[in-house]
Design a protein around this ligand. Structure first.
Ligand code: HEC
Length: 149
């Protein structure tokens, strides 16, 4: 008698192995523990403004009357993925003042006094999991010339 055909579990196993190689190989995301830690940091410090799923605040493209902006999304609909790791790190550590211009006041707070460098790297690793592979790859390119400090 033939053994029952079961191609599925094997295929899933192979996919997992590939995914692990991709994660370890390109370094755009991170190890599961780092991502879990980053997720906890995110929910405790960022979700109130950027949304529990990284969806941002409604109308985030419209400037408030005081010259600030609502918090933008961190998912694929925003532009967080346009920035390299170095700039993302500085934005979280030093706050939005790193990109303020005369006509624009940022309300993104600095977290350097509340989060360790490791926690900042972890929260960025978590945010990367909100992007589809194509955006992760694109951001990975930007991160090559602008890596974490
Ligand atoms: C008090 C609300 C508030 C909190 C809390 C907050 N942010 Fe922000 N964040 C903003 C606003 C508003 C902007 C964008 C406009 C600006 O700079 O004023 C921003 C922008 C950013 C950007 C730049 C996004 C881009 O597309 O350029 C990053 C990255 C970011 N925040 C990460 C975080 C992380 C990570 C946390 C938690 C550790 C966090 N923010 C907590 C309000 C907040």
């Amino acid at each position: 008698m033939n053994a029952p055909k079961s191609p599925r579990p094997r295929r899933i196993g192979a996919l997992c192995a590939l995914a692990l190689i991709a994660v370890a190989g390109c370094g755009t995301t991170g190890v599961p523990q780092t991502i879990a830690r980053g997720g906890a940091v995110y929910q405790a410090n960022c979700a109130a403004c950027h949304g529990t799923n990284g969806q941002g605040q409604p109308g985030w493209r419209r400037q408030n009357s005081d010259g600030t902006y609502p918090a933008p999304p961190h998912d694929a609909s925003g532009h967080t993925w346009h920035h390299g790791d170095g700039l993302l790190f500085r934005i979280v550590k030093e706050g939005g003042k790193v990109y303020e211009t005369p006509g624009f006041k940022s309300s993104m707070p600095p977290f350097g006094d509340r989060l360790s460098d490791e926690e900042i790297r972890a929260v960025i690793a978590y945010i990367k999991t909100l992007w589809p592979p194509k955006l992760q790859a694109s951001q990975g390119e930007a991160a090559k010339t602008d890596p974490f400090p």
